[in-house]
Every structure is written in structure tokens, then in C-alpha cells.
Design a protein around this ligand. Structure first.
Ligand SMILES: Nc1ncnc2c1ncn2[C@@H]1O[C@H](COP(=O)(O)OP(=O)(O)O)[C@@H](O)[C@H]1O
Ligand SMILES: [Mg+2]
Length: 360
């Protein structure tokens, strides 16, 4: 089922939690809502579930406006961070519970519950109590319970955040596999960019109730629309260098106290930015260490962080700090002062005031 938010807003006590949301999710697509705590992710999900009603705008399931439909009138499955299993019901009964609510005959609902249990590899645990399961197994029960109704839409609100790293990775793979196998339209809420990038076909980045960008992971990383997205996506975050745009002959140059960066012609910015402050953005893997000063930025070593094969170098360019990824060997022999040569294709320029990426 395809989903559409048309200018949807949600206010609590006259405070906008969601501000004019426009979003279209294709049938069978897996999307993630990603953003910092309080940005409105859960509120958006609750509106899809029918637990919150939009203050303005329309939500479409297919061609039907669902604003006034009760949760039980929407064919959705939901999994929360807290699994909320019924402790006095067995695994099988927990999974079958939504069908009981729908008054599906007992034989039929147990058959369907067993079928879904198999999908999430729980067939050996059907007669156990939830308290006799590990966290990961309990999470599987919650997922099976969400799938048993064959929902048109699967909603996941931070479902993996209580699991340890290994289990989390397993569960991510498994949920992706199920989603592809069942071709079920899925919305995942997470504050974990890695999780969103790994799992979702497209990621909607939210900040303060507004969509900042809705794109496939690779595009969010390589073509961030604004400063917020550029800073939010990627670990370490994109490096930013602030300077003033000036004309030198027919060349545009960004200058600061201790460094300068000359654009090649095709990167030229509109004339109205001349004399203004702009921010250059460049990722840690797009700065190369060199001893040559030509076209490079002078840097001073601050610290090294060993990650294994790679090392993060923290360095100062003038008054601004940057991170650089280098190979182990390079880091070991680094002098205190060196130069950083930016990969020109990787340099973004942002409008200081609006945050807009001017280099797209
Ligand atoms: N039931 C509610 N009553 C009042 N304010 C709420 C309610 N639910 C959410 N909010 C507010 O809406 C904003 C977005 O919250 P939420 O959607 O839970 O954020 P997220 O899930 O991204 O952390 C926050 O400012 C939060 O305080
Ligand atoms: Mg939340």
C-alpha cells in the first residue's frame, strides 16, 4: 500500500510537533524516519497508526484519507522498543493474539501464528512463556505478532534499541529479509543513522518537526541538501570551514585568517555571495595529507584516534578543527605541521544563513 502525507501538521498545546509534512511512500518501500530526539518521529508514526489525529492536512492510505479511521480500522502492524508481550500467554498465543481480537476461529489463528513463527525462526519456542525467552527472542515474538494479520503497513518505533550490538545486527538483517520477502510497506523510526542507512530504501531526515531531506542513503551522504543533513549524516560528521568569498581576478576564493580555497570555474557561486561568509563542507575521507602547500590547507596535528586499519586525525586549520581519515602507516609518521589537500569534487559550499547547499 502506498502512503501519502499531504501538508500534515500536528500540534500539542499549540506547539507544532510536525510542521506541514509532505511525504510519499511507495508500495512495498522500506523507509526510515531519522532525526534527533524530539524531532517528531514517533508523532509521525502515531499518526500513521491512528493513535494521534493530525491537526491539519490529510494522510492517505492508497487513495483513502484515513485521518478519521480508528487504529483497528487500519490494517497495520506495530513493533515498539518495549516488546509489551502478554506474560500470561505462551509465545504461540502471543503471536495469535491480534487474530483473536479479529475473532478468527481458533484452529485457523493457531495455524497462521505457527506459519509466522516459522518466518522469524521461533518454531521451537511456541509453548514457552515470554519470561523464558532472551531479549532477541522476545523481539521476534513482537515482530511475528505484528505480521500475523498480514498488515498493509508495518510500523517500527526504535524496535532494536534494547538489543546488544550482535543481536541488533542479526535483527536488522532479519527484518530486512522479511520486509523484502513479504513486500510490506514499512516505516522505521530511529535516531541511529547507521540503522537507517543499512535498512531503509529511503530515509527522511527530520529536524524540529520538518523534513530536511528524503532520499536514498547514498544521496543523503554525498548530496546533503543543507547544513543540518550534512552535519547529521556521517561519522565523523562533515568538516566545516568558515570563510569569506572574494573575487581575485576572475577566480572566486574563500579566505580566512590562515587559509584560502580557490574554486575552479565550474564551481562558481552566484555573484550575490561575494563578500559574504560561506561554509565549506568536506568529509574526513576527502582530505589528503601532503607536504605541498600549493592549493592545500595548512594544518596542525591535535590528536590521533586509532580505529584499526584506519586512523582519525584531529587537526586544526586556523581556528577551525577538522577530522581526516588516513591509513595507519601514514598516521605513524606524521609531523606536527602538514597540509591537507581537498578533493575538489567533495567540497560543498553552504549558505551561512539559510544552511542551503549551494554546490548541488
Ligand atoms: N502526547 C504528547 N503531548 C504533548 N507533547 C508531545 C506528545 N507527544 C510528543 N510531544 C512533543 O512533540 C515533539 C516530538 O515528539 P516525538 O514525536 O516523540 O519525538 P521523537 O520520537 O522524534 O523523539 C516533542 O517536543 C514532544 O515533547
Ligand atoms: Mg520517539
Amino acid at each position: 500500500m502506498n502512503i501519502k502525507f499531504n501538508n500534515v501538521s500536528k500540534a500539542f498545546n499549540n506547539q507544532l510537533a510536525i510542521d506541514s509534512l509532505n511525504l510519499e511512500i511507495e508500495n512495498g518501500e522500506f523507509i526510515a524516519l531519522l532525526g534527533p530526539s524530539g524531532c517528531g518521529k514517533s508523532t509521525t508514526l502515531m499518526m500513521l497508526a491512528g493513535l494521534y489525529k493530525p491537526t491539519a492536512g490529510e494522510i492517505y492510505f492508497g487513495s483513502v484519507v484515513v485521518n478519521d479511521l480508528e487504529p483497528k480500522e487500519r490494517n497495520i502492524g506495530m513493533v515498539f522498543q518495549s516488546y509489551a508481550l502478554y506474560p500470561h500467554l505462551t509465545v504461540l498465543e502471543n503471536i495469535a493474539f491480534p487474530l483473536k481480537q479479529q475473532k478468527v476461529p481458533k484452529k485457523e489463528r493457531l495455524r497462521r501464528a505457527e506459519e509466522v513463527a516459522e518466518l522469524v525462526h521461533l518454531q521451537e519456542f511456541l509453548q514457552r512463556w515470554p519470561s523464558q525467552l532472551s531479549g532477541g527472542q522476545q523481539q521476534r515474538v513482537a515482530i511475528a505478532r505484528a505480521l500475523v494479520k498480514k498488515p498493509d503497513l508495518l510500523l517500527l518505533d526504535e524496535p532494536m534499541s534494547n538489543l546488544d550490538t550482535r543481536l541488533k545486527n542479526n535483527m536488522r538483517n532479519e527484518v530486512c529479509r522479511l520486509q523484502k520477502q513479504l513486500k510490506i510497506t514499512t516505516v522505521l523510526v530511529t535516531h541511529d543513522q547507521e540503522e537507517a542507512m543499512i535498512m531503509a530504501d529511503r530515509v527522511a531526515i527530520l529536524d524540529a518537526g520538518k523534513i530536511q531531506q528524503f532520499d536514498p542513503p547514498e544521496k543523503l551522504f554525498n548530496k546533503p541538501k543543507n547544513l543540518f543533513v550534512a552535519h547529521f549524516m556521517g561519522n565523523p560528521p562533515m568538516n566545516f570551514l568558515e570563510g569569506r568569498l572574494v573575487n581575485e581576478g576572475n577566480q572566486q576564493v574563500v579566505v580566512a585568517d590562515d587559509w584560502r580555497y580557490a574554486f575552479t570555474k565550474e564551481k562558481a557561486l552566484p555573484e550575490k555571495y561575494t563578500g559574504k561568509q560561506v561554509k565549506l563542507g568536506i568529509r574526513a575521507h576527502q582530505l589528503a595529507i601532503t607536504q605541498e602547500s600549493k592549493d592545500a590547507l595548512p594544518a596542525k596535528l591535535l590528536a590521533l584516534e586509532y580505529l584499526g586499519r584506519e586512523v582519525i586525525i584531529r587537526a586544526a586549520i586556523g581556528k577551525q578543527n577538522v577530522c581526516v581519515f588516513v591509513e595507519n602507516m601514514v598516521a605513524n609518521n606524521l609531523p606536527e605541521h602538514f597540509y591537507l589537500y581537498p578533493d575538489r569534487a567533495g567540497v560543498h559550499v553552504f549558505d551561512e544563513e539559510t544552511g542551503e547547499n549551494l554546490s548541488l
